[in-house]
Design a protein around this ligand. Structure first.
Ligand code: NAG
Ligand code: NAG
Ligand code: NAG
Ligand code: NAG
Ligand code: NAG
Ligand code: NAG
Length: 644
């Protein structure tokens, strides 16, 4: 197990050599008008973003519409042409994570250095320029006339080339008389513009942008396009399509796989060493020696070609699911063994040594309710993790499906709830390393042949924190699975997992998804989340009404009591005040000692229907323009984290 994780580190270091997602936010602006009907908008926006995510993940571009009449919303997302698909997903995830910050205003625009998203309540796909367009000049270094001349030429080249090249151009013009200096330009129109509109947009942008000269750096953010120049080479050498084109990384990979394992170890060891020195975060050379030595154990190291073959070249028909960290495919090895292969969306370029430290900790984790990592492919063009294959997919495939839900009777569901709790107790309370999962949800509870629960993605959340890609899967609704204090303040304790686990219990019992409670089904208001609906029913003594019909029919009184106890525990876990939520070990006791009286649950986080603010002292949406309130972790302490 430990060795597998060392190999994982090496995978990610190899990936470092590849491209850059350029996920820095350049400009984030919310509209100033309120939504027509904020409570109706939540589910519409969730659907729009859901669709947009799917399109971005497959093509790097998407437009989508949701809702009707005055409650219509339109979205556009696009990654710039030099980002490969994996980097695109990272950039998009960063952008998307910020968008809920605009709620309840009716539009949002976010420009990153690698991608763009816009949401609005009108069609804007053919808009070119507008009053909110902006020029941002780098203002620390000025350049000489020769550079300025090159920059102007590069901008002109871009404006000419892009309209006939799907709106994208990235010229580089070297500065005359200088050996190493060039002006780099990136131009990108949104794909909804035709060539002449694109031309008009870039013409407008370049006029504004040249006013940034003589500064060394400038960006123009137009309604219909993005234009940037710099004296630094910020462009990616890899074109969209990811690993299909040979890159420096791929070449290294090919070379690496054909030479002796010992030599690879040395080469990678040196890369690691160099990175650590660069980052001035060296942890001691013995780590490096240890890491390169583990490469000798080749049984953990799968070849990229082997895994590509096993998954039918990552064929969509083998796709098992999609998590925050990557797409998972089913694979069959030549010897008939079934595996699950996760194609990672990670990008751990900056924090190799911290990452190493993390993995070192997580590698000590092993439990029957946690999924097992079998190994990984490090030397291919992509990082792939190999897990044991679980034939029954994940919990969400069953409980949210009226037919498949019949396969999970109460005993099975109860065992799953208990199994997940045991896995979490282990993560939270084991002596070697305490891990907060952060992304507990039904699609992360996998089921083996006997429908036993195994938690997926543990440790990854913590380890890949810096990428924040997991946030993209979490911020689906306003609250969803996320504990309110985590969502609002990034305040993270194991009680955030307890909250998500409580949601999981409620979903398992009701067969309803947290953000998809339909109107009048068992709640009086569309904006009631599952948690609030369940709490209201509990208060009114009508909880039996919300039990999944698949559980309800053959109920003996004994089973019904069990179900109600579990639901009660779910409500205790989703209480608004973190300190009132029980620890996971207590949860386990509550669930197994069924006859002991439970404390009455206090209220879950309420949402005021008019303002959609979390109705408490967290001041969740009182600063919609402030993007910095989102979850973020600054230290490795286990107790509490605050935003930067
Ligand atoms: C967009 O929302 C604003 C504010 O709610 C409203 O005044 C406007 O009419 C809406 N536009 C469309 C096209 O529905
Ligand atoms: C807002 O939307 C909800 C749900 O669609 C609906 O019940 C409510 O009447 C709407 N409010 C207004 C003012 O249109
Ligand atoms: C989302 O995508 C599906 C399939 O791609 C499409 O049928 C549906 O209409 C889309 N929904 C929205 C809100 O765009
Ligand atoms: C660019 O477009 C904006 C907004 O329409 C306009 O105010 C500005 O004058 C235009 N600039 C040029 C150089 O055409
Ligand atoms: C550069 O821009 C930043 C942000 O706009 C500003 O705070 C800073 O004062 C500027 N510096 C100079 C030298 O103009
Ligand atoms: C180019 O080379 C000069 C000296 O040879 C050096 O001072 C300068 O920093 C270099 N510039 C870049 C962008 O590498």
């Amino acid at each position: 197990m430990k060795k597998a994780l060392f190999i994982l580190v090496l995978c990610l270091l190899v990936e470092k050599i590849l491209s850059q997602p350029r996920a820095q936010v350049v400009e984030f602006k919310c509209g100033t008008l309120l939504m027509h009907n904020a409570s109706a908008a939540v589910s519409i926006l969730v659907a729009v973003m859901e669709n947009l995510s799917g399109l971005m993940r497959t093509t790097g571009f998407g437009i989508t519409k949701g809702g009707t009449g005055p409650d219509s919303y339109y979205g556009l997302g696009q990654c710039y042409g030099d980002l490969n698909l994996l980097d695109c997903v990272l950039c998009y995830a960063e952008a998307r994570a910020r968008l809920p910050g605009c709620f309840p205003y009716n539009s949002a625009r976010i420009y990153l250095d690698g991608c763009f998203i816009r949401l609005a309540n009108h069609t804007f796909y053919d808009e070119i320029t507008g009053p909110k367009d902006k020029t941002i000049c780098g203002n620390t270094t000025t350049k000489d006339n020769k550079f300025q001349e090159s920059a102007r030429r590069a901008l002109q080249e871009a404006v000419t080339a892009a309209p006939n090249n799907e709106g994208f151009a990235r010229p580089k013009v070297s500065v005359s008389g200088s050996k190493n200096e060039s002006a780099y330009v990136l131009a990108n129109c949104w794909k909804t513009l035709n060539p002449s509109s694109c031309r008009a947009c870039l013409d407008n942008a370049s006029v504004s942008l040249t006013k940034c000269l003589p500064w060394s750096e400038g960006r123009r953010l137009n309604t219909g396009c993005f234009l940037r120049y710099s004296d630094r080479d910020f462009l990616n050498s890899i074109q969209r399509g990811g690993g299909s084109k040979p890159s420096k990384g791929v070449v290294i990979a090919i070379v690496a796989s054909s030479v002796a394992v010992f030599v690879i170890g040395a080469v990678i060891g040196l890369t690691i060493r160099k990175n650590m020195i660069l980052q001035r975060k060296r942890r001691g050379s013995s780590d490096i020696v240890k890491m390169s030595r583990t490469l000798n154990d080749s049984s953990l190291n799968f070849k990229f070609s082997t895994l590509r073959k096993a998954t039918g070249n990552f064929n969509d028909s083998n796709k098992l699911g999609q998590g925050g960290f990557g797409i998972v495919y089913k694979g069959v090895l030549a010897d008939g063994r079934e595996i699950a292969v996760k194609r990672l969306f990670v990008n751990n370029r900056q924090r190799a040594s911290d990452f190493y430290n993390e993995v070192n900790l997580i590698s000590t984790v092993e439990h029957k309710n946690l999924i097992r990592l079998l190994g990984c492919s490090c030397f291919g063009p992509e990082s792939l993790l190999v897990y044991e294959f679980l034939p029954n997919m994940s919990l969400d495939h069953f409980i949210f499906d009226a037919n498949k839900g019949k396969m999970l009777n109460w005993q099975r569901r109860f065992d799953i709830i208990i199994g997940a709790a045991e896995g979490l107790v282990y993560l939270h309370e084991n002596k070697k390393v305490r891990i907060i999962h952060r992304d507990i949800k039904s699609s992360n509870i996998l089921l083996d042949a006997k429908f036993r629960a195994k938690i997926a993605d543990f440790g990854l959340a913590r380890t890949f924190q810096e990428d924040k890609s997991h946030i993209s899967t979490v911020i689906a609704g306003t609250l969803g699975y996320m504990a309110p204090e985590y969502l609002a303040y990034g305040q993270l304790t194991e009680k955030a997992d307890v909250y998500s686990y409580g949601v999981l219990i409620l979903e398992t019992i009701t067969g309803r998804q947290i953000n998809r409670v339909k109107n009048n089904e068992f709640s009086d208001s569309l904006s009631d989340s599952l948690v609030i609906a369940a709490w209201k029913h509990f208060q009114q003594g009508t909880t039996e009404q919300i039990i999944d019909p698949n559980l309800g029919n053959s109920n003996s009184g004994y089973i019904k009591n069990d179900i109600l106890t579990a639901l009660h525990v779910g409500l205790l876990c989703t209480q608004e005040v973190p300190s009132l939520r029980p620890f996971m070990s207590t949860v386990l006791k509550m669930l197994s000692k069924r006859d002991e009286p439970l404390p009455a649950p206090s209220n879950p986080p309420f949402i005021d229907e008019k303002t959609m603010e979390v109705n408490d002292n967290f001041e969740y949406s009182s600063h919609p323009f402030n993007a910095s309130f989102r979850p973020s972790v600054a230290t490795m302490s286990h107790s509490a984290f605050y935003p930067r």
